[in-house]
Design a protein around this ligand. Sequence first.
Ligand code: ZN
Length: 117
Amino acid sequence: MATDATPSAIAADATPSATAADVVPSAPASGSQCGACNFLRRRCIQGCVFAPYFRHKQDFAAIHKIFGAKNASKLLASLPVSNRSAAAFTLSYEAQARLQDPMYGCVSEILALQQQV
Ligand SMILES: [Zn+2]
């Protein structure tokens, strides 16, 4: 009497998939630095304002060069946690644009888009 009672996967998987907005920023694993602290060659303390948003030091290099680490830190710390991710992305985007176009920065892209309208 060998009854094979293995349950079969009947139902389609109805679990919601995570979207980019659902991703919760997390601190780096213990013993590792965030990208910003790695770039700045300092110890990454618990609660580092950069840790959830900058994993690689290349991400932070442009921000440090354009805005300065202290200014970026102050700006992020002054915002509610829910807005910091967008601010970090915006800082990064603006810094990259400013490096590519020191005169206009991201405004050159805005002007180019305005002319298409
Ligand atoms: Zn850090």
